[in-house]
Design a protein around this ligand. Structure first.
Ligand code: FES
Length: 517
């Protein structure tokens, strides 16, 4: 069995092997193409465009594609490579069934908004099919039912079925599934889908002008975008960077937090014979598991937690134990994690970035349902830029009133305040020598707070624990050997290198080899 982490939470092996998703493996990603790797240029001069999309993940690529199809000159700017952020780590379920959301939406927002939310997502599924057919994309797109199940609370499922039926959607109650254990109840939606996200994204991205390794550093008034490689003047700008990088206006840092979740892909005789799932599955309980098939792999997900709020149990070990209970001969082939922006009312922010920036649009807060939310964003924002009212735009409006999620909103604000206080608090001196190899600790040195990761007996990495976004205190994540921010989810590797925004720079303090003290 290829286990890439150890029981104590540290990884065996390093670098490339750590945390690579199934989707980026060449044998699957390039299955139908000769191309090993598309090389795209960076921006190398000042240019103009009708629309500039910032971020070449699924939301950015789809938005650019729909606008280009309508005749606009669009360019996409990406600080790394197309699809290299959140998109490569999704479980790639294309569904309108976003956990048990419809009862909640009907209660908090009313029937009309709940219906708009459902219809926008149902149309997103149809739009995927339309693009796949139009471009002849081979991306292992499979139409199948999606299930949300429960092991104990049947009433919650019944309530959801009732809400969904009232909205006229294709869902029904069942207690029969193809999972390897008995469920108490489940809601089944017909005609949802799963696919290989990067095969799809690569095919669409080929049609676009994308500048890679081009980091946007500033947006000036008049639509002037400054990057580290040149500038772009655009009439409209779409920010599709997962977490918006402009703090004010918009103030998204105050109305979103991020959560991490973990996935392992299993293979083996057991999986081939027993894991004959007829659809995609998710436990309604946040501590439960999600399931989907891809070729002869079974993907099991779980272990969700707020970024920066690390739970001591090793998430990957938990997934492995669960799989071996149901499929004793299962073998882990790949393990990886992902991160999502969560909104207080569980609805993404799609539309105008703020009321005072009429030509800047945003797509964020996908609440772990990034595939359909990306397509919904593309359809709404492309309509808005074309001057056409989209019938679903109201429910996703970033400037909507947030009364329904106010408790969660206040809790988020509480965590942010606590973290800021912690950063300015003096903590007792930790002895570097007490930090075990493969672990991290926090020390106070010359009045500054530092995070220290001990890679080997005499090799330490130091970072400043003050998050460069808004100054919260970074927390160590032993699952992934990263420093995570509990406020808005920025993440850094153990050397201090930026992995996920909204922060825009590294937190290196010193990555020199220090002698044991
Ligand atoms: Fe906002 Fe760290 S991500 S303060």
């Amino acid at each position: 069995m290829k286990t890439i982490w150890k029981e104590n939470g540290t990884f065996e092996g390093s670098g490339k092997e750590r945390g690579e998703s199934l989707w980026i493996q060449k044998e699957y990603r390039n299955e139908h193409t000769e191309e090993i790797k598309v090389t795209r240029p960076s921006l190398h001069m000042d240019i103009t465009a009708e629309v500039a999309v910032i971020g070449a993940g699924m939301a950015g690529v789809l938005t650019a594609y729909l606008l280009q199809e309508r005749g606009l000159k669009v360019v996409v700017l990406e600080c790394q490579e197309a699809g290299s952020g959140i998109t490569k780590n999704t479980t790639a379920k294309v569904t309108s069934q976003h956990n048990l959301i419809y009862h909640k939406l009907m209660m908090s927002k009313g029937e009309d908004r709940a219906w708009e939310y459902a219809m926008a997502n149902q149309h997103a599924i149809e739009k995927y099919e339309e693009i796949i057919n139009q471009l002849g994309i081979s991306c292992d797109y499979e139409i199948m039912p999606n299930y949300i199940y429960t092991l104990d609370n049947e009433q919650r499922i019944k309530q959801e079925v009732e809400a969904v039926k009232k909205l006229g959607l294709p869902a029904s109650f069942t207690s029969e599934t193809t999972l390897p254990f008995q469920v108490k109840a489940a809601i089944r939606w017909e005609r949802q889908a799963q696919f290989h996200p990067l095969k799809f994204l690569d095919a669409v991205a080929k049609k676009l002008t994308i500048y890679e390794h081009t980091r946007v550093t500033q947006i000036k008034s008049g639509g002037n975008i400054i990057t580290d490689k040149g500038s772009i003047r655009a009439k409209s700008i779409v920010i599709a960077t997962h977490y918006p990088f402009i703090n004010a206006p918009g103030y998204y840092f105050f109305k979103m937090h991020q959560e991490r979740q973990y996935v392992s892909a299993f293979q083996g005789e057991d999986i081939m014979q027993k894991a004959r799932l007829d659809g995609m599955y998710l436990d309604a309980d946040p501590y439960g598991y999600s399931f989907r098939r891809y070729k002869d792999y079974l993907l099991i997900g779980g272990g969700s937690h707020r970024t920066g709020k690390y739970k001591p149990l090793n998430a990957y070990t938990k997934l492995e134990k669960a799989a071996l209970k149901w499929y004793p001969k299962a073998e882990i082939k790949y393990s990886w994690s992902n991160q999502d922006c969560m909104t207080p009312d569980s609805i993404p922010y799609i539309g105008k970035y703020s009321v005072i920036t009429p030509n800047i649009y945003v797509a964020t807060g996908f609440n772990k349902w990034g595939m359909t939310s990306s397509m919904v964003s593309a359809m709404i924002i492309s309509d808005m830029i074309m001057g056409k009212e989209n019938e679903y735009q109201k429910v996703f409006s970033p400037s909507r009133l947030m009364l329904s999620g106010s408790k969660k909103f206040l809790k988020d604000a509480g965590i942010i305040t606590a973290s800021l206080l912690k950063e300015h608090m003096k903590i007792p001196h930790d002895q570097i020598k007490n930090i075990e190899v493969g672990k991290a600790g926090v020390i106070n040195h010359d009045g500054e707070r530092y995070g220290v990761y001990r890679e080997a007996e005499e090799k330490y990495y130091f970072i400043t624990t003050k998050c460069p976004h808004l100054g919260c205190s970074l927390e160590w994540n032993q699952n992934e050997l990263t420093w995570d921010c509990p406020c808005h989810g920025s993440r850094f590797d153990y050397r201090g290198k930026l992995i996920s925004n909204p922060a825009m720079r590294d937190v290196f303090d010193s990555c020199l080899r220090k002698k044991k003290q």
